[in-house]
Design a protein around this ligand. Structure first.
Ligand SMILES: *[C@@H]1O[C@H](CO)[C@@H](O)[C@H](O)[C@H]1NC(C)=O
Ligand SMILES: *[C@@H]1O[C@H](CO)[C@@H](O)[C@H](O)[C@H]1NC(C)=O
Ligand SMILES: *[C@@H]1O[C@H](CO)[C@@H](O)[C@H](O)[C@H]1NC(C)=O
Ligand SMILES: *[C@@H]1O[C@H](CO)[C@@H](O)[C@H](O)[C@H]1NC(C)=O
Ligand SMILES: *[C@@H]1O[C@H](CO)[C@@H](O)[C@H](O)[C@H]1NC(C)=O
Ligand SMILES: *[C@@H]1O[C@H](CO)[C@@H](O)[C@H](O)[C@H]1NC(C)=O
Ligand SMILES: *[C@@H]1O[C@H](CO)[C@@H](O)[C@H](O)[C@H]1NC(C)=O
Ligand SMILES: *[C@@H]1O[C@H](CO)[C@@H](O)[C@H](O)[C@H]1NC(C)=O
Ligand SMILES: *[C@@H]1O[C@H](CO)[C@@H](O)[C@H](O)[C@H]1NC(C)=O
Length: 439
């Protein structure tokens, strides 16, 4: 009996040793998060608490939001520092934090980092006699650098900035058939919302802004007269439809997430090629940042990513190889608010090559984005249709034009062919072929 127990324990031990050895090695983590709870960005005539009554004015991080990011930082410390992946104390070679240049995202990043490197992890100074250690800053506080690209208008993290083409696509969406149909279908709801808010007119794309105010009110226990839970969910539903429609085209996904994906890929590749030591990179951004990434991965359901939403990207090295510059030995695990995300092209974990191959379809550098962001002066088909006599025949017009073009060009090519044939016949008439022909 005793011997069997020992064998059993040994087997168990061997099993654990085996799983530990075979576990893939984590080499890099990239986090993309939304800021925490904030004051509203908009207001409307019947707003019970217009934003100028909120501390700091519109769009500022609240105390609640600060706390949430601090807690998030603490959880991430447990996951990535207590586990031994990162050093206990900040090393700027290892960790880099980027943020859009907005108060709430910058503050969120600072709060998160305060949880990630809490008091007692900061630097110390030695006394003159070289013995007693005193904190360099009160409580051994560790300041963390947060980078923000002000010069480029934040186009990487505050996605959608400086892109007229994106505005044009949204404008076209508002003229589309299914948009008009949705508006008709939601007519009563829109009127009810107009009545509650005191707005003269409420359209589909106003709903998102109003919902945003209500979400702020809700998380601060502010009662909105006449708003019940059902109406709230109905508005939420229609808004989800609007957002999903707005993010569903691949062109929009590229315009919005392209720069960020390019940056993410380049950090991964530098890590794999061992040009960079960065192991933990944070992008502190907005709901649009999260939504655009999710939509590239076909994981966006249209519902606004809640405060402090977090995407985690983990790069793992197959542990049967020690160090490697070969992309085939790496794979990627993706999470959104603790749920695993699967790309359309691979399972979880996703081989790095497949991951990059897929993301390269969306990635853009600065100059590519600038080119694509130009407003397109196209003659819209629907405008032509209004202008021309509205008969069914009009729909055949493009076919007729194409037919004429094909006809003319084939005539031209045919004539050229004949002419060339004649010319070669002339040339050949002096050549040896003629001799052999005649012989
Ligand atoms: C690093 O952080 C630990 C606490 O996690 C602290 O005890 C230690 O003094 C710090 N070391 C340095 C060099 O700052
Ligand atoms: C930033 O935005 C402003 C106004 O939208 C624009 O004039 C400027 O050219 C932009 N800067 C860059 C570097 O794109
Ligand atoms: C929407 O309703 C109006 C009248 O209520 C109608 O004239 C219009 O054709 C409808 N549009 C669509 C796209 O259904
Ligand atoms: C708004 O709702 C109130 C109460 O339900 C109603 O008395 C009023 O007529 C409505 N106003 C409009 C413009 O629909
Ligand atoms: C929201 O939409 C879902 C799916 O379209 C539907 O099942 C649900 O009943 C809707 N909720 C409300 C409150 O309209
Ligand atoms: C954000 O933080 C709040 C407060 O800690 C929490 O209730 C909420 O679940 C968090 N949201 C996400 C998406 O983690
Ligand atoms: C890890 O590498 C070994 C040996 O090259 C291979 O058999 C195994 O399939 C790899 N595992 C993964 C998850 O790629
Ligand atoms: C994710 O998991 C952590 C730890 O289990 C939990 O504290 C946190 O609230 C979760 N976040 C979400 C959005 O569910
Ligand atoms: C951007 O990418 C294009 C195409 O890959 C390349 O030709 C161009 O040199 C790149 N521009 C910059 C500034 O890297």
């Amino acid at each position: 009996m005793i011997r069997r127990g020992i064998v059993w324990r040994l087997l168990l031990l061997a099993y654990f040793a085996f799983t530990i050895i075979c576990e893939a090695k984590l080499v890099q983590v990239i986090e993309i998060c939304r800021h925490g709870d904030r004051s509203p960005l908009n207001t409307y005539p019947n707003d019970p608490k217009p934003y100028h009554l909120w501390p700091g004015g519109p769009g500022q991080l609240t105390a609640q939001g600060m706390r949430a990011h601090f807690e998030l930082g603490r959880r991430l410390r447990q996951r990535y520092i207590d586990s031994g992946f990162l050093l206990e104390n900040l090393s700027v070679d290892e960790v880099m934090v980027l943020s859009s240049d907005t108060d709430r995202t910058l503050m969120s990043a600072y709060c998160q980092m305060a949880g990630f490197y809490p008091y007692e992890t900061g630097p110390f100074v030695t006394d003159e006699d070289g013995t007693v250690l005193t904190p360099a800053l009160p409580f051994f506080w560790q300041p963390i650098p947060i980078h923000s690209d002000v010069r480029n208008n934040d186009t990487m993290i505050k996605v959608g900035a400086n892109c007229p083409r994106h505005e044009q696509i949204l404008e076209q969406l508002r003229e589309s058939q299914d948009w008009l149909a949705k508006r008709n279908e939601s007519w009563l709801l829109l009127q009810r919302v107009a009545n509650i808010t005191g707005l003269e007119h409420c359209d589909l794309d106003d709903l998102g802004r109003i919902l945003d105010v209500w979400i702020c009110d809700q998380s601060h226990d502010i009662q909105v007269p006449q708003l019940d839970e059902e109406l709230f969910h109905q508005v939420e539903n229609v808004t989800a439809w609007v957002y999903q429609r707005s993010y569903e085209s691949k062109e929009v996904q590229k315009l919005l997430a392209g720069l960020l994906l390019e940056d993410i890929i380049s950090h991964i590749l530098s890590r794999v090629s061992q040009k960079s030591l960065l192991k933990f990179i944070v992008y502190s951004g907005h709901d649009t940042t999260i939504a655009s990434l999710l939509s590239c991965w076909q994981a966006f359901d249209g519902f606004n990513p809640p405060y402090n939403s977090t995407i985690i990207l983990e790069l793992h090295l197959n542990d049967s190889v020690d160090v490697s510059e070969n992309l085939n030995n790496y794979y990627v695990h993706l999470e959104y608010n603790n749920a695993t995300i699967r790309l359309p092209v691979c399972d979880d974990p996703c081989p790095l090559t497949a991951f990059i191959h897929y993301l390269n379809e969306f990635a853009l550098n600065d100059s590519q984005r600038k080119k694509l962001c130009v407003w397109r002066e196209t003659l819209s088909y629907s405008k032509w249709m209004q202008w021309l006599p509205s008969t069914q025949l009009v729909y055949f017009l493009p076919l007729v034009i194409i037919g004429i073009v094909i006809f003319i060009s084939s005539r031209y090519l045919y004539n050229r062919f004949i002419r060339k044939l004649r010319r070669t016949n002339v040339e050949e008439s002096e050549g040896p072929l003629l001799v052999s022909n005649s012989s």
